[in-house]
Design a protein around this ligand. Structure first.
Ligand code: SF4
Ligand code: SF4
Length: 481
């Protein structure tokens, strides 16, 4: 592994060797992001309300008696949009997760980290919940920095204490919400009624995850995106010069220079016609507003960087500046590197075509598996470790049976041996029907008169019917001496 010598890195290239939030001595550089306003921020705020409402309330929405979404990895129970999936649907569920991953790959390679900026729970909670609370309690960035650098006086203590209390309370709500997606909202409510002592192990886990969420949003913050998140890491392998992302138009913006009185005068003289700044200056007025709003502390003017979560805050900040000086908006905008450099707006490359082909195949496979998915599963196997037993009729073999009813209606089933017809079934404590969305297990003996036994391993066909309809013919064997 090569080590970058920071002493020989040019100043304008240092961003490639350093993280904006880590000082050269390795200490954390705290990011005090400025509050932004603007078109994209408003859209993101509205979207965040919907997403937060969905996240918080969807565990309480029931479809056909099932939670709308359930991801019970512990007992391998999944419900998607009210449709339950069973352990026997393992391949189907795995394929759905794979399709979800490939969907993100397709989106990332065409639209960059649109997931990070607009949809990721980390960004939404950090920027739309915790950051806003912080601004309310601690004030603007300068005030926050001043307080943090000052002594532990009463002013700093109560601000800090209030923030810790509110952040921890919200983290507790988040931990409970995620728990309701895993154990179900019904069980969660039951646990709340029972009290923490009745489920102490679960409560300890809940407090632990509350603490984890608290630390993520109180201290770790943007580090989750720039260091910890694996998606952020592999994003660099998915984007190229044609990927549409938050991009600085360096052709228009460089050489950057402060806005001067000469600019104002020249702008006035141009009186609405095409205007070019004096001294061959670019449109960037070097105001650093795009940097002060950035939640990861980077300067987008350095080009596309892995630390950029595409939150669009710099677009809004720069548009505001452009409005003030009277230059066209869009110096920072959603576009691609190729569009800025060569004017090419095409995003459809052979790589994208390949990703989309894989994605289309997966979507078709998932849809086909869904429609072909059987609503009833029947498994009959001979009882392990047994050969034959003596029955009043002659000889018998013991079998195990499992019926899974994935439908929303109860299932009345019957089983009989269709071949050879002399064989009879003797149930061993098998339930008579299977309730909706449930499974039963039981055992039975197939008994055969000795006169009908023609070989030591005879073929046997068991006919299963459900609600009067033929379900399965199960082929197995019958052993005898
Ligand atoms: S560079 Fe712009 S889009 Fe990227 S994280 Fe910073 S503010 Fe958000
Ligand atoms: S906000 Fe716009 S004008 Fe100001 S420094 Fe950033 S890119 Fe340049």
């Amino acid at each position: 592994m090569s080590v970058i010598d920071l002493d020989v890195v040019e100043d304008h290239e240092r961003f490639r060797a350093e993280l904006a939030s880590i000082a050269p001595d390795g200490k954390r550089k705290w990011i005090y992001a400025r509050k932004q306003t603007g078109k994209f921020y408003t859209l993101r705020t509205i979207l965040s309300w919907f997403l937060l409402a969905f996240l918080l309330f969807s565990p309480f929405v029931k479809v056909g008696g099932h939670q709308f979404l359930l991801f019970n990895f512990l007992d391998w129970q999944f419900v998607f949009f009210g449709i339950p999936f069973w352990p026997s649907d393992f391949y189907f569920v795995a394929l759905m997760f794979l399709t979800a991953v490939v969907t993100i790959v397709v989106f990332t390679s065409t639209l960059g980290r649109i997931w990070c900026g607009w949809l990721c729970p980390q960004t939404i909670f950090m920027e739309m919940v915790f950051r806003k609370i912080e601004w309310l309690i601690d004030g603007p960035p300068k005030e926050q920095a001043r307080r943090d650098a000052g002594p532990w006086n009463w002013d700093r203590i109560w601000h800090y204490g209030l923030k810790v209390f509110i952040f921890f309370a919200i983290s507790f709500v988040i931990a409970n919400t995620f728990l309701s997606y895993i154990v179900s909202s019904d069980k969660l409510l039951l646990y709340i009624v029972d009290g923490p002592l009745a489920h102490i192990d679960l409560f300890i886990g809940l407090v632990f995850f509350t603490f984890v969420f608290f630390m993520v949003f109180f201290r770790f913050r943007e580090q989750a995106c720039v260091i910890a998140c694996p998606y952020g890491r592999y994003m660099s392998a998915l984007v190229d010069e044609k990927t549409i992302a938050v991009t600085y138009d360096f052709k228009r913006g460089e050489g950057r220079a402060k806005w001067t009185r000469d600019d104002t005068a020249a702008k006035k003289a141009a009186a609405g016609s095409a205007y070019k700044r004096p001294d061959n200056n670019g449109d960037c007025v070097d105001c650093f507003q795009c940097v002060t709003v950035c939640p990861t502390g980077i300067d987008i003017r350095n080009g596309i960087q892995m630390d950029c979560v595409n939150c669009t805050a710099c677009i809004d900040a720069c548009d505001e500046v452009m409005d003030k000086v009277g230059l066209p908006r869009g110096l920072i905008r959603y576009t691609s590197q190729a569009a800025v450099e060569k004017g090419s707006t095409s995003w459809f490359t052979p790589r994208i075509a390949a990703y989309m082909s894989v994605w289309a195949v997966l979507v078709i496979a998932v849809a086909a598996m869904f429609f072909m998915r059987s609503t009833v599963e029947v498994n009959i196997l001979r009882q392990e470790g047994t050969t034959w037993v003596t029955t009043t009729q002659g000889l018998g073999n013991v079998y195990r049976m499992e019926i899974v009813n994935k439908s929303s209606d109860p299932l009345n089933y019957t089983i009989r041996v269709s071949e050879p017809q002399a064989a009879k079934i003797i149930p061993l404590g098998m339930p008579g029907n299977v309730a909706a969305q449930s499974a039963i297990k039981g055992r039975f003996i197939v008994s055969m008169p000795k006169s009908s036994i023609t070989s030591s391993s005879m073929k046997l066909t068991i006919h299963v019917e459900g609600n009067g309809k033929h379900l399965r013919d199960i082929h197995t064997s019958f052993l005898s001496p």
